[in-house]
Design a protein around this ligand. Structure first.
Ligand SMILES: Cc1cc2nc3c(=O)[nH]c(=O)nc-3n(C[C@H](O)[C@H](O)[C@H](O)COP(=O)(O)O)c2cc1C
Length: 188
């Protein structure tokens, strides 16, 4: 028996993205975003939805670029901090001790301590009521060697990514490996 709980922005899981952008004076900023995800394979693209009024919103509109920095569980506190304070009145790099490094591909900062980073150039902007959806073409992905296996492939367990649950407002570490995609569902 299911109960109707109304029309809500509810899905599970949502990501924990930390969006990097530059202000027009070159100040680097980061903010946490859970409303987002991959939206095309070729060209590779990612969507992030950000409310007007955020420092990051203003930065992306002006610079037409952003980075998506993906934290490991060990960066949970810094990721949460970036979602509670605004770059308009807080230098989040100073307060968290994180390090900003300029991307050579787009006008946006990389967060050095983060193990997986997407460098994105803005290709579409869609107004969606409370949020503006920014779609970025992924020009490159920077992956730390610490999350690679011996063959140079990416290792999800080493990344130890986070998920945000809109169901209860909690952060979760991802659980165990349960099967290979495009494989376990094959008829016997
Ligand atoms: C877990 C979490 C997820 C969030 N997701 C979003 C989001 O998807 N879009 C958004 O506009 N704000 C989101 N926020 C709020 C912003 O991160 C927050 O308002 C931040 O202070 C904005 O920073 P800025 O003004 O420096 O850009 C989220 C916050 C948290 C803690």
């Amino acid at each position: 028996m299911k109960k109707s709980i109304g029309a809500k922005a509810l899905v599970m899981p949502t990501p924990v993205f930390v969006i990097g952008s530059y202000g027009d004076d070159g100040t680097p900023n980061i903010m946490t975003a859970a409303w987002g995800g991959i939206c095309a394979s070729e060209p590779p693209a990612i969507a992030v939805s950000i409310r007007p009024g955020r420092c990051t919103h203003e930065n992306i509109v002006a610079s037409k670029a952003f980075t998506v920095n993906i934290p490991s569980v060990s960066l949970l506190k810094q990721a949460d901090f970036a979602g509670m304070f605004s770059g308009y009145d807080t230098d989040k790099f100073v307060e968290t001790g994180l390090t900003a490094e300029s991307s050579t591909l787009v006008h946006a900062p990389l967060v050095v301590e983060f193990p997986l980073i997407l460098e994105c150039t803005l290709i579409h902007t869609i107004e969606l009521g409370t949020h503006t959806q920014f779609i970025g073409q992924i020009l490159d992905v920077k992956a730390d060697e610490s999350i690679m296996n011996d063959l140079g492939g990416l290792d999800t367990a080493k990344l130890a990514p986070l998920a945000f649950s809109p169901l209860d407002g909690g952060y979760y570490a991802l659980g165990e490996y349960v099967g290979k995609a495009f494989s376990v569902g094959k008829p016997a």
